[in-house]
Design a protein around this ligand. Structure first.
Ligand code: AKG
Ligand code: FE2
Length: 268
């Protein structure tokens, strides 16, 4: 696709996503029960607890049944009320803003995370995942994988604080971690529907992760994931106004959005 056409498509998608956002925002919070998870991950992100196993030592842990089946259904319903943008087969919604691609510029113009997601963040916090404000997620990339799609090996990179909370909904998947330097596969981690995957430390910095293509048989379930992270560079309130209300700001924001879409569609 020619660059101009791609840019126009990205722009249309941005507009559609902005319009769709307000629909999804109206949804009430999905309240999570899971009292057993309180404190479960305290100190984990900083490597302050004894690892459970070799995976955990690398900075990878899966918490099965982080949400119940009812909560899963409610979360999927909230996602389906928003509008997904198709990027390289998989479909996504940027919630909380569009992460900046470039090192310069004012950073992400922060939009509040949708209300329906509020208790999910609270539950992660209650589990003790975040040791300080600098790690609390301000962004959620929601992925939807139509049959036959996945995500190629990639690192989430320096735009985010190195701590990912990834909730699987609707279907199981396997995440493959491979060492950046050697490309050696070090782990194939099962992500059952309703589980929470957290990864940090070496798993974040020294490994790529990938999701194999989803199955294509008739009636195969659709998988969704909520990937919650902290975007490190955010625009000051004044800068945000400049971006949103001046022609130059809007042009820069569009270019950044396009670069972001290109980045996430060209993983490896
Ligand atoms: O779908 C997933 O579980 C992983 C998504 C992912 O790696 C990403 O959005 O960066
Ligand atoms: Fe990722």
């Amino acid at each position: 696709m020619a660059e101009a056409a791609a840019e126009a498509a990205a722009e249309a998608a941005t507009k559609a996503a902005a319009e769709a956002g307000s629909e999804a925002n109206d949804r009430v919070p999905v309240v999570l029960a899971q009292p057993c998870h309180a404190g479960l991950l305290a100190g984990w992100a900083d490597g302050e607890v004894e690892p459970l196993d070799a995976l955990d030592a690398l900075g990878i842990r899966v918490v099965p049944e982080f949400v119940t089946a009812d909560e899963e259904a409610a979360l999927v319903e909230c996602l389906e009320a928003g509008r997904f943008t198709s990027v390289g087969g998989r479909e996504l919604q940027n919630l909380g803003g569009v992460p900046p691609v470039l090192d310069e510029g004012p950073g992400m113009v922060v939009e509040p995370l949708p209300e329906w997601l509020g208790d999910v963040v609270a539950a992660l916090n209650a589990a003790g995942l975040y040791s300080g404000e600098a790690a609390v997620p301000n962004h959620c990339l929601a992925n939807r994988y139509p049959p036959g799609t996945g995500i190629a090996p990639h690192c989430d990179g320096p735009r985010f604080a190195p701590l990912v909370a990834d909730i699987s909904l609707g279907a199981d998947a396997v995440m493959v971690f491979s060492e950046v330097a050697s490309r050696e596969i070090v782990a194939e981690v099962e992500l059952p529907a309703r589980s929470l995957l957290v990864f940090a430390r070496d798993a974040y910095h020294k490994h790529k992760h990938a999701i194999a293509s989803s199955p294509t048989y008739e009636g195969s379930p659709t998988r969704y994931s909520l990937t919650l992270r902290r975007v490190k560079r955010v625009a000051e309130a004044g800068a945000a106004r400049e971006i949103l209300y001046t022609d130059e700001g809007l042009r820069a924001a569009r270019a950044a959005k396009f670069a972001h879409l290109r980045l996430i569609s060209e993983k490896e």
